[in-house]
Structure formats: C-alpha cells, structure tokens
Write a protein that binds this ligand. Sequence first.
Ligand code: PHE
Length: 347
Amino acid sequence: MKQQLEEIRLRALAALDEAATPAALEELRVKLLGKKGEITAVLKQMGKLSAEERPIMGQLANSVRADIEEKLEARKLAINAAVLEEKLAAEAVDVTIPGEPVELGHQHPMNQVLEAIKEMFVSMGYTVVDGPEVELAAYNFTRLNIQEGHPSRDRSDTFYFTDDDSILLRTQTSPMQIRTMEKMQPPIRIIAPGRVYRKDEVDATHSPMFHQIEGLVVDEGITMGDLKGALETLMRQLYGEDAVMRFRPHHFPFTEPSCEMDMQCHKCGGTGEVDGQVCSTCHGEGWIELLGAGMVHPEVLSGCGIDPEKYSGFAFGMGLERMAMRQMRINDLRLIFDNDVRFLDQF
Ligand code: PHE
C-alpha cells in the first residue's frame, strides 16, 4: 500500500508537470483527488491494515495528497500565466508600426474653378446667391422677355414637368436675375452659380446638365464699360494678365444691348491652326465662346419694380464647364462628369 501511494505520488507529479491546459489539470485533479479518484481508492483499503500501520498510511496518504494539491496549485498559476502571456502576444498592437496611409480626396476640378471664381467676385463686393433648379416658366422665360412661342421654350429643348409648360428644369441661371430684383432694391451685386438643364445630346462639349454662373449688377449709372471692366478683371485674374478676349454683339431678349465674350484659344493662340491642321479645341475659330452678357433690359427692370429711368444694370451668364475646360486644359466635357479617379487625381 505504501508502494501504491508512492507510485501515485511520482506518477501524479510527473503528469501534472506535463499538463498544459486548465482542462487537463482539472481532469487530473478529478482522477487523483476526486471522490472516485486514485487516492480515495487506496484509502478505502485502510480497513485491511493493522492498528499500527493505519496512522502511518494515513499520514503518508495525506502527504501525497498535499504534494499533489500543492503541485496542482503551482501548475494552475503557471498555466494561467502562460495562457495570458500567449493572449497578450497574439493581441499585441505595435503602436510603432507606421499606419496604412489614408488616401485623401480633394475638391472636384469643377468646384476648384467655381471656388476661384466666387472668391474673385466676392473680393469685388458681390454676394453669392442660390435659387431653385425646378423653376417656374414665368421666371425662366416670361419675365425675361422670352414670350410664348419663342424657340427656346420649345418642348424639344426644355424639360417640362407639367402639361401646361408652367414648371420646368431651369434652362439658364438668368431666372435668378428676376428672383434677386424681386427681393432686393439697388445697389445689387450678385452672382448665382448652379445647375441648368437642356435637352442636349451628349458629346465632347454638350451635356443635358451643366453649370452656369449668373451675374447681376444694378445701380445708378451702370454702363457697358462696367460690364467689360468686371469681366476683364475676372478673366485676367483667372488666365493671366496677357489673356486676350473680345466682345461680339449678340441678341438676348432680356438684355439690350447684348454681347458674347470670347477668349482667344489657348491651344492655337488665336491662329485656328496647330501644326498645319485645323485647331481641334476651337475648330479653327481662334476663339472660344465663354459667356453671354448685356445691359439689363428696361422692361425686365420695371417688371421687377425697379425704375429704369433711375437705375441701369448689367448681367452675364457663363458656362462653368467651359471655364473649367479652358483653365484645366480638359478637352472633353464628359471627363468632368465621369468621376474617374484617374482623371480627377490630376487636378
Ligand atoms: N442666360 C444666357 C444663356 O444661357 C446668358 C446670359 C445671361 C445672357 C445674362 C445675357 C445676360 O445663354
């Protein structure tokens, strides 16, 4: 029996040394010390012993049990420490490793140009105003002197919402002239950037949605010279002091007189030719049309409650995509709307 106990002690201590997980330890504890464990089994045989032997065996059994318990406790601590160690190692975050660089985007080239233009007008004392894209035909056409039957009101050019053609997607930002003059009395100095819509087929220079910036100045004694001065200042700041522009007579129902402003083509320098070929940017014209403008028609003024005898004003409407294409040397309008990051990254 003594031998049995000594054997259990040796085997148990060795097995406990080997046990590597909390589960293995628990299994051994039950097997060795449990009610149906090995030591209990040996103790059950105590009855067979003599009275002298019994306390000696009892003492031995207790010492074996104490050794095993002590070992168990020690192994438990060691294993728990190892488990924790492993977990810490696995979950460690090395704060010194350089992070994954986050790709930062930037403003869309159109917005960059818009911001630059806004900033220049604001520095000249203009206020930036905003208005609806879903517009009344009254504002988009009628009150701008564009009467029923005018070709630009045609259903083949304009997106209408209603059968009576009274509500539409604005085809120009000029209705903002009316909306502004309705609300404000002179002196007025505003720009109104925004989207406009026309039933255009898509090609390199056309899209059914594009952007315009409307400008309106109304005050006493405003002349065509003020219009030219404002636009020339803008163009020189955008394109440099040597930018060449020209004003051509034109017709708009809501301005009188009216003009269009062209910029000399940046590609061919105004010659209309590149390497003996017709310039592809201006189609041989030597000029690129940038905007329409003119002196606000007296009837438009009086229609908004502004006395044309006392006040005069100028207005202009420029195509933002054209400006962006010119400034960023983009040759196809569709690139601006495609949102291909490889294209956008270049600006
Ligand atoms: N709204 C005109 C267009 O879209 C441009 C314009 C604006 C002309 C203001 C004169 C005055 O073509």
